[in-house]
Design a protein around this ligand. Structure first.
Ligand code: ATP
Ligand code: MG
Length: 317
């Protein structure tokens, strides 16, 4: 089976217990939960039985070991996760507003996550990789952009493939080096996985189909637009396929996009058709939102298949 690799931040997530709770006053918190978009992605792929490894850095503390042990237990390759003495693992504190929006207090760049580098272990992991996944959120400094470039170039040299989840806020486009980095990534991308309006970040067209077609014309072979509870839409040269989401109670949406992307890319790498890849991906995304904590809803292939067999779907996207 093909091996996929991702690089970027490992974090713990700590959540306000009540909706509408402010971080400007003391209050009850839950966590730490293992987190970080690349870690969520790799953990979900590994749980589906895909060989998957992560290039990352943590501190020599409980938050770092919590993540490493979860990834190891779920079958991920942790050989390129560096443990730094004297640096603290990255954190994200999250509170949910009453309107459903999220408010974050991050410590990523200044944490051990900012110490990620292309060491001997990372090079060894990439020497056995067939696919590299890029997360827009992980391109937060020149050092991590360099790791992503190395990853892309290493798999492309071996005839491998690249997927890209932009997961990017418009303000991030103005960070130094960001536009160049994103254009480089897009020029190498085989599978593009924007969520909703992110599709339009790199396109002139203002309608979904037109924007997807522009991305295909750039040489991307597959575009999958994630649409939350509505599921997802797949575009390639042969047309458009919409796949409805599964009906679940949403407890915590964080991480759904990463679980979806991991499942879609794993099945795409196995040569499965878009209908099956979308169904498994929608199943993983739906299960992800049913638990508090971004990695707590991650399902094995047997679990997601059992869920799909007994679930109702909504209207197609
Ligand atoms: P993230 O917050 O992780 O960045 P995202 O914005 O990238 O998420 P979404 O479109 O919110 O991605 O969710 C990804 C996938 O997860 C959806 O395409 C769908 O399959 C599933 N999903 C998300 N929310 C729900 C929900 N409320 N009910 C059912 N499925 C959901
Ligand atoms: Mg997203």
């Amino acid at each position: 089976m093909k091996k996929l690799v991702c690089a970027g931040e490992i974090l713990v997530e700590i959540m306000a217990e009540r909706i509408g709770q402010s971080f400007r006053a003391p209050g009850p918190l839950v966590g730490p939960f293992p987190s970080g978009a690349p870690a969520i992605f790799i953990d979900q792929a590994a749980r589906l039985g895909q060989p998957a490894g992560l290039i990352a850095a943590v501190g020599d503390d409980d938050f770092g070991h919590l993540n490493i042990e979860r990834l190891r237990a779920d079958g991920a390759d942790i050989s390129a996760i560096t443990v730094h003495q004297g640096a603290a693992t990255g954190t994200a504190f999250i509170t949910y507003e009453t309107d459903g929006s999220r408010h974050f207090v991050y410590n990523i760049k200044q944490s051990a996550a900012g110490l990620i580098e292309m060491g001997a272990e990372a090079r060894a992991l990439l020497a056995g990789a067939d696919h590299f996944h890029v997360m827009g959120t992980s391109l937060f400094s020149p050092e991590v952009i360099e790791v992503a470039r190395n990853g892309i170039e290493a798999v492309k040299r071996r005839g491998g493939t690249v997927s890209f989840d932009p997961n990017i806020r418009k303000e991030m486009l103005d960070l130094p080096g960001m536009r160049d980095a994103l254009h480089f990534v897009l020029s190498k991308t085989d599978v593009f996985l924007p969520s909703g309006p992110e599709l339009f970040t790199f396109a002139e067209a203002t309608d979904e189909e037109g924007a997807a077609r522009e991305m295909l014309d750039r040489g991307i072979s597959t575009v999958v637009v994630k649409k939350g509870a509505q599921g997802a839409v797949h575009y390639d040269r042969s047309g458009r396929i919409a796949s409805p989401g599964f009906v679940v109670d949403e407890i915590d949406p964080t991480g759904a996009g990463d679980c979806f992307a991991a499942a879609f890319v794993s099945f795409w790498l196995r040569g499965e058709g878009p209908k099956r890849a979308l169904e498994i991906a929608n199943g993983c995304g739906a299960l992800a939102v049913t638990k508090k904590g971004p990695m707590e809803g991650i399902a094995s292939l047997a679990e997601v298949e059992a869920f799909i067999a007994t679930s109702r779907t909504g209207a197609p996207a």
